[in-house]
Write a protein of this length. Structure first.
Length: 434
């Protein structure tokens, strides 16, 4: 769901060290046990690993060497950087990926420096983890940039790097915000506002929902979180095993809300895959969910129905290979989270068959502008999507379906007022029922 204006140096997301998932505890914790000296410095609006009055320092972790090199490049060194100088700092997998070989990375560094000019390191957007961090830099004219970076656990080389315009630094405030232990891992949660029901945004990062959440918090409590692995080092949450499934996401969110003791009932507002996960959550935890808002949400039959509709365009001898490719888990170079969406849809179908949704307010919002260039394939995909959005609205009596005529898939950014209105309508219905 990340749609901010950005200049990408590279984004080649390789999985790092993974942890097991025991049961949750009810404790908000610091991001890592070694981060006792990390603090938020209001004057710089950044996290630092030294006192706020000193020059921002780098953490004593495997990230340190590469962060020092990046700091030098972004301060001006990239003006003359060569492919030969690039190679020792990046993982072999990243250098072998399309668009991120050494000459292309050198060119991207030079272009980034040419566009923004030399940059000054100011700290971090969140307390850095052992192998991932999001550095904050200040360019000329006061432009602030964030640099999510990850390194491999084995070689310490960079395996993920992006330069984007900076999002707000999110400092946990209030009893329901912070890093909460879900059993050997920490997930970042941000709740604002007061009163119930509590709206929980599903999918995307906390920064993706920032503007909409700020508006919603004037009316009720609203929470967003950073799912494990989503957007790689841009996520404030710890990593997790991959590939991921809908069951993993539902389990994580349930443990997170329990650990943070966020008051229910919940209205789940799920975007894209988050719509699928919200259906699964509402089916599995019916006593805690009082309403649903599906923002261009994925239907449990989406991949199955879409493939069936496209089969006539594929030679029959290639159906098996095409289906395997259609449902393949994205490579880490394409998607750090590595969501197994076809397996997730199967899980959702089984979950809903075993426990159909109880009656509750449901609003479905579907995009009105086609995704992708005009083609017979695009027309078929759009037709299937539209029909499945009607099927989602048919899941519960009294549900509404609205087409966001001016939007593609990312409706919450192109028509945020429309999404806010439907969330508030569901909130009002829940309050009336209560």
């Amino acid at each position: 769901m990340r749609t901010m204006s950005s200049v990408v140096i590279a984004s080649c997301l390789i999985a790092g060290g993974l942890l097991a998932i025991p049961s949750a505890t009810a404790t908000a914790t610091a991001p890592t046990a070694t981060d006792a000296d990390v603090r938020y410095c209001p004057r710089r609006d950044a996290y630092e690993v030294t006192s706020c009055g000193s020059r921002p320092a780098l953490p004593a972790t495997p990230l340190r060497q590469q962060l020092a090199w990046l700091r030098h490049q972004l301060a001006g060194g990239a003006a003359t950087v060569t492919a030969r100088e690039i190679r020792p700092h990046f993982s072999a997998a990243m250098l072998a990926s399309p668009g991120t070989n050494a000459p292309e990375l050198a060119t991207a560094f030079r272009q980034t420096l040419k566009r923004f000019g030399p940059m000054r390191f100011e700290g971090f957007s969140y307390p850095p983890r052992t192998h991932q961090a999001m550095g904050l830099f200040r360019a000329g004219g006061g432009v602030r940039l964030e640099v999510p970076v990850g390194v491999t656990s084995r070689t310490g080389q960079i395996n993920s790097l992006t330069v984007t315009k900076a999002n707000p630094v999110l400092v946990p405030r209030g009893r329901y915000s912070g890093w909460f232990d879900v059993g050997g891992r920490r997930i970042f949660l941000r709740c604002t506002g007061h009163g119930g029901p509590t709206v929980v945004f599903e999918n995307g990062l906390t920064t993706d929902w920032y503007a909409l959440q700020s508006r919603l918090a004037r009316h009720t409590r609203a929470c967003s979180y950073d799912p494990a692995r989503q957007n790689g080092p841009a996520s404030r949450s710890d990593s997790a095993p991959a590939p991921r499934t809908g069951n993993d996401r539902v389990r994580d969110l349930h443990r997170l809300l329990a650990a943070a003791q966020v008051p229910g009932p919940y209205v789940l507002a799920g975007h894209s895959n988050g719509g699928l996960f919200s259906l699964m959550y509402a089916s599995r935890h019916p006593r805690t969910v009082a309403g649903l808002v599906l923002v261009d949400g994925v239907h449990p039959q989406y991949h199955r129905r879409t493939f069936q509709a496209l089969k006539h365009l594929i030679p029959e001898s290639e159906w098996a290979a095409a289906h395997a490719q259609f449902c393949a888990v994205p490579s880490p170079q394409l998607d750090w989270e590595q969501m197994d969406i076809c397996r997730s849809e199967h899980q959702a179908r089984a979950q809903l068959a075993a426990s159909p949704l109880r009656t509750m307010p449901l609003a479905v919002i579907s995009h009105g502008r086609a995704e992708g260039p005009p083609s017979p394939e695009t027309d078929i995909i759009e037709e299937v999507w539209a029909q499945l959005q009607h099927d989602l609205a048919a899941l519960l009596p009294g549900a509404t379906l609205t087409v966001a005529r001016r939007s593609g898939h990312d409706i919450a950014h192109t028509q945020p007022g429309l999404v806010l209105r439907h969330i508030l309508e569901v909130v009002a219905d829940v309050r009336e029922d209560r």
